[in-house]
Ligand binder design. Structure first.
Ligand code: ZN
Length: 320
């Protein structure tokens, strides 16, 4: 408890002190209102946080799959909290109406609260993207997760740009929008997003809103299809056949190699393993099964990739 309070005092003092000192607006009621609000939301979150989750949140046992992407997200977050108050001090932006700022204060606090609610509902919430097999990871469908998938990211995507508006900086808003784009990009193209999409797609009994792995928003609608049959069907299309439609593959040992379509490849870095139905690029490290290949190649989410494969299967049946 005292450790939590100490952490809260430290973070609050650094964030509020930095905002006040860089902006020089020690007497601005709107800035104070916002900082008090943020501190209260953060205190609420810390006090309700389960200790096991706090450990995963602040000291994850592995770096996760996205260490490099996470670094840029942190740089953009830091840039936002520096540019925003400096803009206030030097008046780079046009003045912002109070009504807009007040609306943004409410919106930003609500978004952060939503993000923290997600953290409290999901005992697998982590600061890194990893599927926590060691903790019995499964998909959460309560609380904010019933409203949108990846509510933690959704909360940050809305909350950080609104923070810049709340403090009254258009420049801060521009930098924060870059932060939001980086977060969306982080959800894209990773194994965790596919894992969530696959689980949601299989279990969706009601329509689900999701930030999808193609970096956009999507509605998952309940499917009446026989999932096991779909899986059996797609296994009938071999990975070498699907990749072979896009690029020439040549045999090498028990494998097939070709020029990787995901990066500027001059030596054949893409290796296809027909026996396991997987591919791996030794240049850009993209890897996965035939569904992942279609997801990356077409920039689509898991259910759309399944639909494209089904299309191939139908074509296949037509030829036979
Ligand atoms: Zn590659």
């Amino acid at each position: 408890m005292s450790k939590k309070i100490a952490r809260w005092v430290l973070v609050t003092a650094v964030l509020c002190g930095e905002m006040l000192a860089l902006s020089g607006e020690w007497a601005s009621p709107l800035l104070w209102a916002y900082l008090v609000g943020v501190s209260a939301v953060f205190l609420y979150a810390l006090l309700s946080l389960d200790p096991d989750l706090a450990k995963e949140r602040f000291h994850p046992p592995t770096p996760g799959a996205d260490a490099a992407a996470l670094r840029w997200v942190r740089v953009a977050a830091l840039a936002t909290v520096i540019v925003t108050p400096l803009d206030r001090r030097f008046h780079w932006s046009a003045p912002m109406p109070d009504a807009v700022r007040i609306a943004a204060i409410v919106g930003s606090l609500a978004a952060f609260l939503f993000c923290f609610r997600a953290m409290l509902t999901n005992r697998f919430f982590s600061s890194v993207m990893r599927i926590q097999d060691d903790r019995g990871h499964r998909v959460v469908d309560r609380g904010p997760y019933a409203v949108i998938r990846h509510p933690g990211y959704a909360g940050m995507i809305a909350g950080v740009p609104l923070m810049a508006i709340a403090v009254g900086s258009w420049w801060g808003f521009a930098v924060a929008s870059l932060y939001a784009l980086l977060i969306l990009n982080r959800v894209a193209d990773d194994a965790h997003a596919r894992w969530v999409e696959e689980a949601v797609w299989k279990e969706a009994k009601v329509p689900v809103r999701c930030i999808n792995s193609a970096g956009g928003f999507q509605f998952f609608t309940p499917t009446a299809v026989d999932i096991n049959k779909k899986y059996a069907d797609y296994k009938a299309v071999t990975i070498e056949e699907v990749i072979g439609r896009d690029l020439p593959l040549r045999p090498s040992g028990g494998m097939l190699v070709g020029l990787c379509p995901f990066h500027e490849d001059h030596v054949p870095s893409l290796t296809v393993y027909p026996r396991t139905g997987t591919f791996h690029c030794y240049g850009c490290f993209k890897h996965g099964d035939v569904i992942d290949y279609v997801r990356y190649r077409e920039h689509v989410s898991f259910p759309e990739a399944m639909d494209r494969l089904e299309h191939l299967i139908t074509e296949h049946a037509g030829e036979a």
